[in-house]
Design a protein around this ligand. Structure first.
Ligand SMILES: [Zn+2]
Length: 57
């Protein structure tokens, strides 16, 4: 059976891979700032954001 505790954890949806990810202990200090499920997605997201910023100019 899955861990019941997880049901009480907040979740977010990663804008890069569109998967839901769950709060982790390592994010307890900056959960508000966490946008991506993983470092890999964070990199991709940063690249996309940079592109957006450039094309918006
Ligand atoms: Zn992701």
């Amino acid at each position: 059976m899955p861990n019941r505790q997880q049901e009480n954890q907040p979740t977010k949806t990663c804008p890069v891979c569109n998967r839901d990810f769950t709060w982790r202990k390592k994010w307890e200090r900056d959960w508000e700032q966490v946008k991506y499920c993983s470092k890999a997605c964070g990199k991709k997201g940063d690249v996309l954001a940079a592109k957006d910023a450039k094309s918006a100019k």
